[in-house]
Design a protein around this ligand. Structure first.
Ligand code: RIB
Ligand code: CA
Length: 316
């Protein structure tokens, strides 16, 4: 990869795995992060914005942060997920003071302005509910012709969901927004639970991080221990690891060859009694080419090798 860095906007709900995704993106020489937009999800939007600013601060960057949606497009917010991310979104670890401030513009306005300023150039990397992107598209529908691709952490195609039997959190948390984005015509790479559950950060990895060399190491080691425990207590088959959902989406935006994909038509269920938030993949062979490149396989070792090197985990 010798070309100039790929311009991206990262949409987050920071969140422990979002925090790792921010570190992965801001330490990349292959990505140019033009801004980070925040929304409700793992915690309320004020908390996710503060956590995002904190990560930018600890990473020594000046990437602008834009606060966005505080609730889904049409329904009420179901609330945060302290069982997985703690009440403060970062594993209830004591946090250092945040000195940075969010930008005055809101996330949807920023998305509109930055896409209009760089037409056909910006990859949106979404690792949260799709509310900010949906609001930008409602505000300025032509954006759908100006965004070359969305790389999305979200959905579960041929594996179970993580909120309901069939729904993944980022889609379940605002199904109307997600469906609007899937119907927008913007090419989508869906990095769903099919691949993210194979990208595993272990306790042994955390032990190989040197806190005196990495300013965010102490925070993320403690927060991730909380996250690992949450996964372990929810699923007896999980022992000593947590999935790197959000960093994997950033990694795929940087290097699409980490996953193999197949195009499928994908829509989101918004009226199901049991299936709200399901990413409905039409896998019938008679169907026309789809709107979504679905990630199906992952080069686990190559991803983890790059991840460890990028975020400061010594190799085994
Ligand atoms: O399902 C995993 C996703 O939900 C991740 O983006 C995590 O941060 C939560 O938002
Ligand atoms: Ca997230």
């Amino acid at each position: 990869m010798n070309s100039s860095p790929r311009p991206i906007v990262l949409d987050v709900d920071t969140g422990i795995d979002d925090a790792w995704a921010i570190a992965y993106a801001l330490r990349s020489s292959h990505l140019d992060v033009l801004g980070i937009t925040t929304g409700f999800g793992n915690a309320d939007v004020h908390t996710t914005t503060q956590n995002t600013l904190l990560m930018v601060q600890l990473l020594g960057k000046d990437t602008p942060v834009y606060a966005g949606a505080d609730r889904p497009l049409v329904r009420g917010w179901e609330g945060p997920v302290p069982e997985y991310h703690g009440h403060n979104g970062l594993g209830d670890v004591d946090l250092p003071a945040v000195v940075r401030r969010p930008e005055p513009a809101d996330a949807a306005s920023f998305l509109r302005d930055v896409v209009r300023a760089h037409p056909h150039q910006i990859t949106l990397v979404t690792v949260a509910r799709l509310t900010n992107v949906a609001r930008a598209l409602l505000f300025d529908p032509e954006l759908s012709h100006l965004i070359p691709r969305i790389v999305m952490m979200g959905g579960a195609a041929f594996v179970p969901g993580n909120i309901t039997a069939v729904a993944e959190a980022n889609i379940w948390g605002d199904p109307e927004a997600a469906d609007l984005v899937f119907r927008s015509g913007i090419p989508i790479t869906m990095v769903g639970l099919d691949v993210t559950m194979r990208a595993r950060l272990t306790r042994a990895d955390l032990a190989r991080m040197n806190p005196s060399a990495i300013p965010y190491a102490t925070l993320l080691k403690q927060a991730t221990e909380f996250y690992i425990r949450a996964y372990e207590s929810d699923d007896p088959s999980i022992d000593g690891w947590c999935p790197l959902h959000d960093p994997l989406a950033v990694a795929v935006a940087e290097d699409p060859s980490l996953v193999s994909t197949r195009p499928y038509p994908v829509r989101v269920e918004t009226r199901g009694a049991l299936t709200d938030g399901m990413t409905v993949v039409d896998a019938r062979s008679s169907n026309p080419q789809g709107n979504t490149d679905l990630a199906l396989t992952l080069d686990v070792e190559r991803f983890l090798g790059t991840f460890r090197e990028r975020v400061g985990i010594a190799q085994k």
